[in-house]
Design a protein around this ligand. Sequence first.
Ligand code: LRH
Length: 467
Amino acid sequence: MATYYLAVDIGASSGRHILGHMENGKMILEEVYRFENGMVKKGDELCWEFDRLFKEVINGLKKCKEIGKIPVSMGVDTWGVDFVLLDKDGNVLGNTVGYRDSRTEGMDQEVYKVISQEELYERTGIQKAIYNTIYQLMSVKTKHPEYLEQAETLLHVPDYFHYLLTGVKSCEYTEATTSQLVSPVTKDWDFELIDKLGYPRKIFQKLIMPGTSIGHFSEAVKNEVGFDLEVVAPATHDTGSAVLAVPANDDDFIYISSGTWSLMGLERETADCSKESCALNLTNEGGYAGRFRYLKNIMGLWMIQSVRHEINDKYGFAEICAMAEDAKDFPSRVDANDECFLAPANMTEEVKDYCRRTGQKVPETLGEIATVIYTSLAECYAKTAKELEEITGRTYSRIHVVGGGSNAGYLNELTAKATGKEVHAGPGEATAIGNITAQMLKAEEFKSIEEARTVIHESFNIKIYNA
Ligand code: LRH
């Protein structure tokens, strides 16, 4: 019987349980369970449904039992920045607000009253994004100071699921760095900054590194799913897991972790917190084994996902890609990083409005809208690649696109054309693979990251698009 490892990978639009095991030197994946995710309105706040999501986590575990494939360990990864505050009894304080909610509006200015944007970057190396934990906490402090007073613990989303599974409160480093409250030098919470902002020190747990064992299932979970399991922290920030699964060991490439977001950048040994880097709004997120992900957050396929939702998911992504290709000469472009696309009431209308506002031809058909989005994304990739080359003073000859968005063939073609670089697309399940890889490294199935990446390269199909 094979030794299985389980990744529970929860993205902004769906979650999945994926089992991984080694067979004849290759990594084999099996998706055992999948469920929907998305933010929902609670009153006037955009929230995550953590209770429902946790039930889905349990359902997927039961499915493992049902098919007789019980793993030796599991780990959860999710998106970054979001968190819950727990009171002394472990109950969540307030709504489980998500990062697209407008509660952070104006909170950047509140933070900058305490510390300038430049100094904040110098201390944390994290790019300014209005939804970072630092701004969300400022919103809690401003609008619900009672929650901060009652709070005993802050847990980011994957930490919260690990807590529900084991009863152990832990705080994993890669996810914590997306808070903009961690120092890239000490790789620990920046308590001086935390004090300045007036956030209570005690809610920030000691950080653990990916690969750390968190504990075993609680009695309640054990009884419900019918087995016990060790919970091992992967790089719990999904991007951290995805980048661990980039199928290459040289340094001549830029990666794009493509899903709801497109995270485009490099892996580096040290953080660049310089003024130049700050001006380019590049981030230094903490990664596996103390490495840094030096990248830019680009709005990504969220724009296409939203447009698709607005027509009740009538067409699949491949069909939308084909329609976009048919309308490929449509000339208008949008800034894929404009905040107006973060949570518009209607994405289709927002794209049209943007074109109208900027004096460009307004797209009307689905194909035209999609082509505007895909082409604008590809152009944004090209600009970001140039910026990365400029700041590192060297060139990169290929782009590795990993994650679900690597299946968007048309976008890959446009990316190759816009950047002039070879695009290597795949694996699509990079995040789950990275999650499993961290568990396998801990279990010594692999001796090094290099060995793991070689195996990943040999195990999964990678499609090459020429410039
Ligand atoms: C991608 C991601 C990204 C950002 C965003 C909030 O899923 O983790 O790196 O942090 O979500």
